[in-house]
Design a protein around this ligand. Sequence first.
Ligand code: PLP
Length: 430
Amino acid sequence: MISKKMRPFLENNSAIRMMFEEGKKMAELYGADKVYDFSLGNPNVPAPQKVGEAIKEILDEEDPLFVHGYMSNAGYPQVREAIAENLNQRFGTSFAGRNLIMTVGAGSGLNVALKTVLDPGDEVLTFAPYFLEYRAYVTNYDGVLVTVEPDTETFQVNLEAFRAKINEKTKAVIINNPNNPTGVVYSEETICALAAVLNEKQAAYGHEIYLISDEPYRELVFDGAAVPFVTKYYDNTMVVYSYSKSLSLPGERIGYLLIPDEVSESAATIDAATIANRISGCVNAPSLIQLAVGRCVDCQADLDFYDRNRKTLYEGLTSMGFDCVRPQGAFYLWMKVPAGKQAKDKASSDGCSRETAAAAGMTEAADRKELLAAEAEFVQAAKRYHILAVPGSSFACPGYVRLAYCVSYETIVNALPEFRKLAADYGLSV
Ligand code: PLP
């Protein structure tokens, strides 16, 4: 019999994954060029050439017994040192190889971090909208994920709501910067304010509160946006990183967990995390790709590709009247579900004007149920034009959709006329 803990997962399987599968079916039905699938954060830029070259060199030069063998559970010392050195050059930090544990992507890095610090019943705070796997990851260790409501003006951290939610049971706080799904980059001001609250609360409660900074999109930033390096602002910080997005290697499953010396009991924490990596069943991060990224620490993401997509999509959609957050980082665009259609349909069936519907509170969906209904309707309406968008409720923030623009430029250009039809259906100014 399937465990009680697993049963809810069967019922609420990832909406993003399901949409991705649906996109594949639609592509078979209508042709791939007629489907505009913005569902999955799967990079459409090939990994830098140097990654492939490094893999070939390693296979040619190194002893296969070494390349395919077991290693230390934390990863290869030379790879960890190369990454630490690269971080120190870029951020003025002073990490050593021992501060890094190579992981099976960020997903595994988050699991290792949580396994290291959580006791059953401990609370983990995160900020909506958030990467929904966080809930599953926290539940894996019998923790309780507590969501802090968003500041829908800026989508920076909602400090007031954070203060209201943090309590003696809070053991960790997860942030994701640059943010999936909003594309927002948390500013230095935000991080400083967050650190101040955390320091105050640690002192008040007399125990550590870990800040886990999930940063798979660190290098994907535009318009000169800077992503603060959080370890500089708060001692009990752990950084989770992945090469899935920056080097387009999501299937290779490679990343790391960084635990600085400033973390309390750092040596024991690093040891515990290394054991957590092992007993999670991962044992160690994959060898060949680990060695390859160790040789590619200065490789860069193709920012121009994403930037062109970002600008074309954002400018196209806003010119049609869609309300979007201007993305500063990652490769997602966060769009508000237009209020028009439900109210318009209702208004016309009631024979009243749209303004009357607005006054009756129907245009700006007032409660969660209405938001969910409006969102579901919008996602369906978009599908009629073969546009696949992920509902905001998949990120605990109904009333929005996420568009992953890590697709081909042609997909964006060809999708825009379809978005225009959708905008017209919603009575936007097209
Ligand atoms: N964290 C965030 C915010 C993500 O968006 C993702 C993947 O989309 C992950 C973690 C997991 O990344 P990985 O593929 O490295 O496990």
